[in-house]
Design a protein around this ligand. Structure first.
Ligand code: ADP
Ligand code: MG
Length: 616
């Protein structure tokens, strides 16, 4: 038989390699920023258009390239950073595989301009799909500018695979943050569609973190320092009470390189054990320095996973360093910011106060409504906002149920509820005798048998449909706050709040300002306690972040889902008869009572037949 093996042409090999190195615009951002750092730049600009799909440009003031190097840099395995395999273990550069530029040039239109400091003029090269289109001598500043346009122009399948601009931009920003955090001594700026998103002057590490995540971050940081023979650790962990629902702010840098490590992450979580609210994650910004000989960075093309020689020791040192810092902070608050240490409550107390204090329940009630309820006269004043009824549950601790308003006088008086009773009859006809078990399920008899409702899920469905309605009809009623609430977020989170602003306003939120790292809230939807606002917004931001893979994401829907999740009565909460009945009624007045907004079953039924069978 004839020989069938062929060598792949370079451009094909490059395209294949590109698949490993370049998954999305953010990968290009990472590679170009790293090249700029390796070139010794102390000022680096990133410019993106359409989340990097149309343009990613990185301009640096580094050492530039010579005429020949400029051309060679696009060849595969062309690198100035290592000469032989041994060099891999002495690495102090980001790059070394020599495949980033070759890969990028295989799948995009690339323009390179570069000049070395001693040269009068520089070189400009245009490459499209691995083909050099032009190479000219040009006047250009010292340093290098690489523009990558129309990513995946020749691989439509990959291009179609890209997510929405919002999602891709978030990946770009994540990558930018990682690189900027690893190099606080380099000035970085980022421009998105013509406007400046970040301007980070060269600074110390704490300032860099604050410049990225907002001024309020400063007081959240606890320094961690450790210097041993095998590892040097320096950086910060976030105080436990500021732990977030997302894993967003978790950064490990090993020898200035961002890495992901589930194992080391576990070391941190275990240091925080007992200090965090369930479902929250500590923030950390930690730099680890180890002997380059003791790590292998070469196990993944994007170099975000590395292998340590002695992971167990590192784990133990890291864990104890973080524990130690947290312990110190407990008795002696961090010294380097301006504030009265007396004001620092030890975190154990702060954690205790996480559950919502009972007084706040009262602050939620409109005094006029209270009066009416207590005077036993249910009037129309309570009707215009059907949400009110549900909101009475909000934030109530089971223990506090005895002290709150008697719901019985409210029940069944509003038109809304009367209507729902009819709909219930049409559907599964639950009787009005309900019974709560394990503070979790509501049981009710129906004609054909019995009904078992998950109270938390059912209430989520009810609130979800109500929020959707108020948002689409834009009839959310607002409750003015006495003092504006000032909430601090990172600029990434602020972008999300801005994006959702209009929808939030339709539910009844009023914003006085949404600035760089601050949201000022002057009004909240009726029934939402002030103390819940930051939790709701945090949950919302975290939900938007989780929704990343879903391109069909609708802000209204997500907001409704997220608020319903935050505000729905919780499992574990004891409910009075009226409250139970109310949930049942409201649930069956919903369009889709069977499932939660996230498609989880809200109730099950069991027919008398089925029950009978169990007794055979
Ligand atoms: P690697 O970074 O792994 O060496 P790249 O494909 O990213 O591979 O880059 C190839 C070579 O091009 C680098 O080794 C470097 O010599 C040169 N180069 C790339 N970007 C720059 C830059 N911004 N400034 C100076 N030289 C650069
Ligand atoms: Mg490189």
């Amino acid at each position: 038989m004839a020989d069938i093996i062929q060598l792949l042409p370079d451009h094909v090999a490059n395209q294949i390699a590109a698949g490993e190195v370049v998954q999305r615009p953010a990968s290009v951002v990472k590679e170009l920023l790293e090249n700029a750092i390796d070139a010794g730049a102390d000022s680096i600009k990133l410019i993106v258009k359409d989340a990097g799909k149309t343009l990613v440009q990185v301009i640096d003031n580094g050492k530039g390239m010579s005429h020949t190097d400029a051309r060679l840099s696009f060849e595969r395995h062309a690198t100035s950073k290592i000469r032989n395999a041994e060099d891999l273990f002495q690495l102090n550069t980001k790059g070394f595989r020599g495949e980033a530029l070759a890969s990028i040039a295989a799948i995009a239109h690339v323009e390179l301009k570069t000049k070395q400091v001693d040269d009068e003029v520089g070189n400009a090269i245009v490459i499209e799909g691995s083909e050099v289109a032009s190479h000219d001598i040009v006047v250009t500043p010292t340093g290098t500018s690489v523009s990558v346009k129309n990513l995946f122009f020749n691989i439509p399948a990959r291009r179609n695979f890209l997510k929405s601009d919002t999602v891709e931009l978030r990946h770009v920003i994540d990558e930018f943050h990682r690189v900027a955090l690893a190099h606080p001594n380099i000035a970085f700026a980022m421009y998105n569609n013509g406007s400046e998103s970040f301007n980070l002057p060269a600074s110390n590490y704490r300032q860099r973190i604050v410049n990225i995540f907002g001024t309020k971050t400063n007081e959240k940081l606890v320094p961690v320092e450790e210097d041993t023979e095998v590892i040097k650790i320096s950086g910060f962990v976030g105080k436990p009470e500021f732990a977030k629902k997302t894993r967003g702010e978790q950064y490990f840098f090993v020898n200035n390189r961002f890495i992901k490590s589930a194992y080391l992450n576990h070391a941190i979580s275990s240091a925080f054990e007992g200090l965090l609210k369930p479902g929250t994650h500590a923030s950390y910004f930690l730099n680890l320095w180890v002997d380059p000989q003791t790590i292998d960075i070469n196990i993944h093309p994007t170099k975000t996973e590395i292998k340590f020689d002695d992971e167990h020791t590192l784990y133990a040192i890291l864990r104890s360093a973080v524990k130690h810092s947290l312990g110190q902070f407990n008795i002696a608050p961090v010294l380097d910011f301006d504030r009265d240490p007396e004001l620092d409550t030890p975190y154990s107390y702060k954690n205790n106060s996480v559950s919502i204090p009972k007084v706040e329940v009262d602050s939620n009630f409109n005094p006029f409504q209270e009066e009416k309820k207590f005077s036993g006269k249910q009037t129309t004043a309570f009707k215009p906002t059907p949400n009110n009824w549900d909101s009475l549950y909000v934030g109530l601790e089971s223990k506090s149920n005895d002290t709150v308003v008697d719901f019985s006088e409210v029940h069944f008086e509003s038109e809304e509820q009367t209507a729902s009773v009819f709909e219930v009859d049409n559907l599964v006809e639950p009787s009005h005798s309900t019974y709560q078990i394990h503070n979790k399920y509501i049981v009710s008899a129906i004609k054909s048998g019995m009904l078992l409702i998950d109270q938390h899920r059912a209430h989520q469905r009810v609130l979800y449909e109500e929020f959707l309605k108020t948002m689409t009809t834009k009839e959310g009623i607002s409750q003015q706050l006495l003092f504006p609430l000032q909430l601090h977020f990172s600029s990434k989170d602020i972008a999300i709040v801005k994006h959702l602003k209009v929808d939030l306003e339709h539910t009844g939120f009023v914003f006085a300002a949404i600035e760089d790292d601050l949201v000022s809230v002057t009004g909240v939807p009726v029934g939402i306690p002030e103390s819940e606002v930051s939790i709701i917004l945090e949950q919302l931001i975290s939900d938007v972040e989780q929704e990343v893979p879903d391109t069909n994401f609708s802000a209204t829907d997500l907001l409704a889902k997220s608020m319903a999740k935050s505000l729905a009565i919780k499992t574990g909460q004891a409910l009075k008869k009226d409250e139970q009945e109310h949930i049942v009624n409201k649930l069956f007045a919903c369009k889709e009572p069977h499932v939660t907004p996230t498609n989880k079953t809200t109730f099950i039924t069991m027919s008398v037949d089925e029950l009978d069978k169990k007794f055979i």
